[in-house]
Design a protein around this ligand. Structure first.
Ligand SMILES: [Zn+2]
Length: 274
């Protein structure tokens, strides 16, 4: 047990009072949030509500990885970015918005694509990895790198009216236990190809932020071992049990993946050939 030596300032006690007065949080829980370091992959639809709520909660260090610029088509759902941000790097727009919400947090911008070459180094300083990636190569890369780094992964994905969320704790299953290999190119459309309801990333991202603060504070029952499926068209929420798959190529009993691979190549060829 780590002894917390730093106390909350009077301003922090006031600012976070609605958390602190909750028995499950208290000043110890708030201190854990202030001391936490989380990495959000993607400053888009999911990354927006995730980063905003974690900023408001006072999560001390929030890393954001994105190499894109703000496009007008993002504004239908990506609440980090405003009209005047179109054309700006998303990490810059994200940092401005987050610091405007709460200057108490440290926003670390990683303006580069996450790749097999840099993922381990970028993830190293963080306690928890949060997946807001919008494409299969990044999704598998984040999964593999979080597992190899031995860090919890708070996962989420969205398309059309459907969302999914889960938590993968090291050694207790991973995304590949569910989907060992990506679908063949073109089989599952992207949000750019098929569209996504603007509020859906808000729903799923808020669930990811909730799971993240629970992990940080060590409270409640996480989505680890469960997959939450959301159908916003019917407004149906259900969870299915997830178990570590002994056949998983990454975290199974006889894994075949021991290091990061070329994910573009991996996702660009039919699954059977991998
Ligand atoms: Zn696995």
């Amino acid at each position: 047990m780590v002894v917390q030596t730093q106390v909350l300032t009077p301003y922090q006690v006031k600012r976070y009072s609605r958390h602190i007065i909750m028995g499950q949080v208290g000043s110890i829980g708030q201190r854990k949030l202030l001391d936490a370091k989380v990495l959000i992959v993607g400053a888009g639809g999911l990354g927006s509500p995730i980063s905003i709520y974690l900023t408001l909660a006072g999560v001390g260090a929030i890393g954001v990885v994105d190499f894109d610029t703000v496009d007008v088509t993002n504004l239908q759902r990506q609440i980090l970015h405003f009209n005047d941000d179109v054309g700006k790097p998303k990490v810059d727009s994200a940092r401005e918005t987050l610091l405007a919400y709460n200057p108490d947090v440290n926003v670390i911008a990683h303006e580069e694509p996450l790749t097999s070459a840099n993922a381990m180094e970028i993830m190293a300083p963080y306690d928890i990895i949060i997946n807001g990636a919008d494409n299969f190569p990044a999704r598998y890369l984040v999964n593999d790198a979080a597992y190899i780094s031995n860090k919890p992964l708070v996962d989420g994905s969205i398309l059309l009216f459907d969302g999914m969320a889960s938590v993968f704790l090291p050694g207790q299953g991973c995304y590949r236990c569910l989907f060992p290999t990506p679908p063949p190119p073109g089989e599952v459309p992207s949000c750019a190809e098929a569209g996504v309801l603007g509020m859906l990333p808000g729903m799923v991202g808020t669930i990811q932020a909730t799971e993240t603060v629970k992990l940080i504070m060590g409270i409640g029952k996480s989505l680890s071992g469960r997959l939450l499926l959301i159908d916003a068209l019917d407004m149906d929420f259900r969870t299915v049990k997830l178990r570590r798959n002994p056949e998983c190529p990454l975290c199974g009993d006889n894994p075949t993946i021991h290091e990061l691979i070329d994910y573009e190549l991996f996702c660009g060829v039919p699954a059977v050939a991998v």
